[in-house]
Write a protein that binds this ligand. Sequence first.
Ligand SMILES: O=C(CO)COP(=O)(O)O
Length: 138
Amino acid sequence: MKIALIAHDKKKADLVNFSIAYQPVLAKHQLYATGTTGQKIIDATGLHIHRFQSGPLGGDQQIGSLIANNDMDIVIFFRDPLTAQPHEPDIIALLRLCDVYCIPLATNMGTAEILIRSLEEGKIKWRNIIHSKTNEKS
Ligand SMILES: O=C(CO)COP(=O)(O)O
């Protein structure tokens, strides 16, 4: 599965800790992240992560583009609901695309725990069916 990891500045420590806790699960998947988040997780865990641009410089949009191509399976995005972000339109667009394409999305630690455990239990395998249908069309 392809998993995107994103966190706003005040939530980065939480996502780093989450990534340490679930490193064995995450290591089995293809990981993507916005620039700064990805670097912090790499530094803390050594996980292999493809880093896009930093969020304010287009990273959210790059991940959104993968979603629009049905090329992203899970998004874990620890948002900071208490701080205004300069790239708020990009953030809203990313969340919207998750809803357009029915991509499992966790915007906080509580939901991320459920999502990652579901992933480990094989409950997100339906994404493979979506992939095979997409491949049939092309
Ligand atoms: O701003 C972000 C998501 O909207 C995250 O970007 P960084 O990981 O580069 O800080």
